[in-house]
Design a protein around this ligand. Structure first.
Ligand code: TXA
Ligand code: MG
Length: 320
């Protein structure tokens, strides 16, 4: 089983040997390997059971180091990096040949971000190479936001998990690039669209679907619990499942249901705070997926701020 600890030197030593380490970030935990080593990248795909057409994000410690991996840094994207790094923002930039084909799935752009977690930033500063790090979950399952989530699913396949506690944002990074001169959002995430638009004006949000292999993280069915996950009006869903005699669990934004036992329901944010809801989302989905219930009933959040990214994940979890 993987060792779990806060020892940057251990993490560094494993990574320098070409092995993989679970790393904390503010968004979700990553499954990290040397991004400039094709063999380490191949090991990431194998360990996650991830299809080769789904490219990886490269993590580095500062905006200055990005020039080592990219040919150009368009001004509008640089402004975003200067304002939001370290943070939950990933930029798609034209890659240099030093980045292995495997990391970008052969695409001309490489995804880059500077994550905001003191342990991982310190680790990145000590390494001579950037880290490729997808979310540390088996492909298609719910992303991990605690060391225990990584341990539960990948613990027997990696030597070390760097323990940075619970992720503070709880949703993957927002992915941004330029397309036909426009700033384009490829994945809604932990950085709100309104925050980006304050700096660069209106942005285009790309309509993602499984028919769009250019952004494979956007496969319709993703972030999925193993159990059926139904989205709708909770009162109605509960009535229906009660009538059918089903053993259900409930995931709400803020409501508590007095006629249901506490173990069968989770309110993401009793005070209706979308940041808190985002932080709790994936851990709550896992907890209910592991509960005795055979079906999970959930509702959408308000479609504002982080609610948009949360709803994106909820819809994908419900898609089969
Ligand atoms: O918050 C995050 O971004 C986390 C943490 C660990 O940093 N990482 C993460 O990685 O969510 P992953 O592999 O689960 O999702 C990365 C997604 C890919 O599925 C793909 O959609 C997109 O990023 N991506 C990466 N490189 C790309 C590229 N060159 N062109 C288009 N999309 C790309
Ligand atoms: Mg992922």
């Amino acid at each position: 089983m993987a060792e779990i600890g806060k020892d940057i030197a251990s993490a560094k030593a494993f990574l320098e040997k070409g092995q993989l380490v679970g790393i904390p970030t503010e968004t979700v935990y990553g499954l990290a390997g040397n991004a400039l080593d094709s063999e380490a990248a191949a090991l990431i795909f194998e360990t996650k059971n991830r299809p080769g057409f789904d490219p990886l994000i490269l993590h580095t410690s500062s905006i200055e180091r990005v020039g080592e991996f990219v040919r150009e840094f368009p001004e509008q994207l640089r402004v975003l990096a200067e304002n939001f790094w370290p943070g939950p923002l990933t930029l798609l930039l034209p890659r240099k040949a030093i980045v292995p084909d495997l990391v970008t799935s052969g695409l001309d752009r490489v995804a880059v971000r500077v994550p905001q977690h003191p342990l991982t930033l310190a680790l990145l500063e000590e390494l001579s190479f950037p880290l490729a790090a997808p979310s540390a979950n088996p492909f298609g399952y719910i992303s991990p936001t605690r060391p225990s989530h990584v341990e539960a699913q990948l613990g027997d396949r990696i030597p070390y998990i760097l323990d940075g506690g619970a992720c503070t944002v709880g949703l993957e990074s927002t992915i941004v690039g330029m397309e036909a001169g426009e700033i384009t959002i490829y994945r809604l995430g932990g950085l709100e669209i309104a925050e980006l638009e304050k700096l660069v004006g209106p942005v285009t949000i790309k309509d993602h679907s499984s028919s769009n292999p250019a952004a494979p993280g956007q496969l319709d069915s993703h972030y999925s619990p193993r159990k059926p996950f139904l989205l709708g009006d909770l009162q109605e869903l509960i009535r229906e499942k009660k009538a059918q005699g089903e053993n259900f669990a409930v995931l709400s934004f803020s409501q508590a249901f007095s006629d249901l036992e506490p173990g069968r329901q989770i309110a993401l944010s009793p005070s209706e705070n979308l940041h808190e809801a985002a932080k709790n989302l994936f851990a709550a989905m896992r907890e209910l997926d592991e509960s005795p219930a055979t079906v999970i009933l959930a509702e959408l959040m308000p479609e504002t701020g982080l609610g948009r990214a949360i709803n994106d994940r909820l819809r994908r979890a419900a898609a089969k």
